[in-house]
Ligand binder design. Sequence first.
Ligand code: SAM
Ligand code: SF4
Length: 430
Amino acid sequence: MNEYDTELVRSLLKSSGFTFTTDKETADVVLLNTCAIRENAHTKVYGHLARLHPLKRQRNLVVGVLGCMAQNLKQDLIEAKSIVDVLVGPDGYRRLPELITHAIESQEQSLARKEVAVDLSEYETYDDILPDRPDGLNGWIAVMRGCDNFCTFCVVPYTRGRERSRDPEGILREAEHLAAHGYKQITLLGQNVNSYRAENWDFARLITAVADVPGIERVRFTSPHPKDFPPTLLDAVADHPKICKHIHLPLQSGNDRILTMMDRTYTRNEYLQLVDDIRRRRSDIVLTTDIICGFCTETEDEFLDTVRVVDEVGYHMGYVFKYSPRKNTIAGRKYPDDIPDEVKTDRLNRLVDRLKAISLQHNLDTVGQTVPVLVEGDAKKSSAQWMGKTDGGITVVWEKDAAPLQPGTLVPITVTRVTATTLFGHPVAP
Ligand code: SAM
Ligand code: SF4
């Protein structure tokens, strides 16, 4: 979502005449688009700001902090000693050209003024702004902004405001624009995509319409909330050839007491029932998840309930996070952050090891099979190899000299060996 917002900001600024450089040594303005979801995201931004200090001392540099951290920490970031000149939350990007211009003028006149736009909006969806995307294969489209769920650990409702859906017409126009510019894959984004609503459109109808756009080969989405995963969406994923057979289904915890404290509004059994429905509908749908470990008061036995759900579901992949108390959230205000960091780390490592072992087993099961892979580009480790993704989002790597190819093509690859994260293979001889 932040990458998408950066593309919106680039578009807004370019249409106001600003040009971009990646060299902060020569830039007149440096903008940091920030996340507030965990404390380490904040720490990174403070690190960047500290590194900008010497540049700020040397010349008239304008420093801006954008996004969720700007929204969450307002006062702290613009206190007198801070080097931040411009502070803009996720709903204020339209004002950015004007605020940067004011900040440049203030610097020229040696005025110590701060430019701030941190009001949240109930309506802003940036529907008319075409993001300035890097050329490539995968285009993000945010179909909604904000979130109304108020899970007790989460800062998103406070930093991104109330949930609002974009008009389907604007989303489809953007999808057609992407297809016309050679993009092959679209990822639809929202904090809770299955609550997408626009007149008589729901998310199942929307994703089907996007997948029907000629030229688009694959459509992905993230994230659905397990509390209200409609059968129509499962049908769309199971039946539409261009909707990837992959569902990212955040679990957070496998223990009912902790799920209640998190206010996730589903129980462990309801979650497992949904997994069962998905599996019975199509057993090849890849499931991935998000888990928080060391949430307030979580006991060892309650943590083990989460490990048991991980084993039972057999996720292909999972992101595990140590609980990080956030300012303004319900848990941050009401519950003690009482799990010592070393216990959180130990639980995180045990879950990561378990998830890795399960991924490895899934990947081993594919050895000898031929899987369709969308070629994305050079492999990370070697430009002599291609990297692509299976429909389920698993990375595949193979030697380039095996056959001449272009990024964006779908090729059948026979898997010969695997690790927990990657499949290696070769293209099927034509
Ligand atoms: N909307 C998605 C959902 O309902 O699952 C989650 C979006 S959130 C941006 C991404 C992930 O960050 C969450 O699924 C959760 O696992 C993690 N997360 C959110 N708040 C957190 C916190 N305070 N500490 C640790 N992890 C957190
Ligand atoms: Fe945060 Fe996701 Fe819960 Fe919304 S649904 S409050 S984004 S965790």
